[in-house]
Design a protein around this ligand. Structure first.
Ligand code: GLN
Length: 382
């Protein structure tokens, strides 16, 4: 037996999303843990895929992506955020948001570079930074309001800070950045060479007439920002693993040096199908309303229970505080909920390095009405 080399990520296990989905399946529980829709995407989109596959578009796409799709992405960003990206030299189609994030970190983070993240943080940020020798500095946002203390963030900045990673709207808290937050961020990075990785995969899922403020909107930030988005979230096709990174040419040139060696290019017929489908803006402009109805249905259904519903401004996740029900830690509580009450969730502690336990779990409401009804029924028995 050979001696295994030292693990490059010795503290990392299987992601909480895979773990909870597996536990849900084993226990035949309603899976509100991993964030994916349990309903079909629009048949029109599927027809486009069918068309392009059968028409023979089955070979490699150009490395940065199909031009028709990059043009549609540029148009969407311009219409939504009044920001101009050159389709060919500033937009790269990626195999999902996670690959875009991985590639962005791989491209820019070197040994001992510091990267600031905001917790609760999506689980891939920290291991990716560590893999490339970077050092994570974290600001903890806390229940119930997950506000950002920008003075504390400023104190994390040093001459080694290479990058700030933001997730807006935030998974799992559902918080969105305010105009004031963004002004604070602008003040912090002004005069520095700090890059920003802005994970905006839930950009179109914002509620109650609030506005998603993309960092691309602000010229002071756009010049240093790698903007990441995902078609999985936009069109209910998480399994297609396709997204993109938009960034100024100089950043994109470097990004593609790495991109070409970790995926080369992304699946051709789906890119063409997405481009055709995106011509009609109605296909993505009403997503907030669509998910707001689901959020409101879930919130109304749980209003009479002992769960405390935290604010949900965006994303398709609802945070629930359960301290009136149990004093178990959130991982044990979420496991018990899955096994005994047949509803799977994600414990918030998984999004904190120190496993911070505020007695909060996350439910995904990107589900059919009947799925939500069943989950509400089960959770109402607690
Ligand atoms: N983004 C999804 C979530 O937050 C999960 C993606 C994954 O399983 N890696 O649940």
């Amino acid at each position: 037996m050979i001696q295994l080399p030292l693990s490059k990520l010795s503290n990392v296990g299987t992601t909480i999303f895979s773990q909870m989905t597996q536990l849900a399946n084993e226990n035949e529980a309603i899976n509100l843990s991993q964030g994916f829709p349990d309903f079909m995407p629009d048949p029109e989109l599927l027809d486009h895929v069918d068309y392009f596959i059968k028409k023979g578009f089955n070979q490699y796409a150009p490395m940065g992506g199909m031009i028709t799709l990059k043009e549609e992405i540029a148009r969407k960003i311009e219409n939504s955020h009044q920001a101009i990206y050159h389709p060919d030299s500033e937009i790269t189609v990626t195999a999902g948001g996670t690959q875009a994030i991985f590639t962005a970190v791989a491209t820019f983070v070197k040994k001992d570079d510091e990267v600031i993240i905001f917790e609760p943080a999506y689980d891939c940020y920290e291991p990716t930074v560590e893999l490339f020798g970077g050092v994570v500095k974290r600001f903890e946002m806390k229940a119930p309001d997950y506000a950002i203390d920008w003075t504390a963030v400023r104190n994390l900045v040093s001459d080694k800070t290479k990058m700030i990673i933001l997730n807006n709207p935030n998974n799992p808290s559902g918080k969105i950045l305010t105009a004031q937050d963004i002004q604070e961020l602008i003040a912090i990075v002004k005069g520095t060479s700090i890059l920003i990785l802005s994970d905006e995969v839930y950009e179109n899922i914002v509620f109650d007439g609030k506005q998603h403020l993309s960092l691309a909107k602000y010229p002071e930030l756009k010049e240093r920002t790698l903007l990441v988005a995902s078609f999985g979230k936009l069109f209910h096709v998480t399994g297609w693993k396709i997204g993109y990174c938009a960034a100024p040419k100089a950043l994109t040139d470097e990004f593609r040096k790495i991109h070409q060696f970790n995926v080369f290019s992304v699946n051709t017929p789906i890119q063409l199908a997405l481009a055709a489908y995106m011509k009609n803006e109605a296909h993505y402009n009403n997503l907030g309303q669509f998910f707001q109805e689901k959020r409101d249905f879930l919130r109304k259904g749980l209003a009479g229970t002992s769960f405390e519903l935290l604010d949900c401004e965006g994303t398709y996740f609802q945070a629930l505080k359960y301290d009136k029900i149990s004093d178990k830690n959130d991982f044990d509580f979420a496991s018990e909920l899955t096994i005994t009450h047949k509803v799977a969730s994600v414990p918030f502690s998984s999004f904190y390095k120190n496993k911070r336990n505020d007695h909060v779990i996350r439910l995904c409401f990107a589900k059919k009405q009947e799925t939500l009804e069943k989950a509400i029924e089960n959770l109402s028995r607690l």
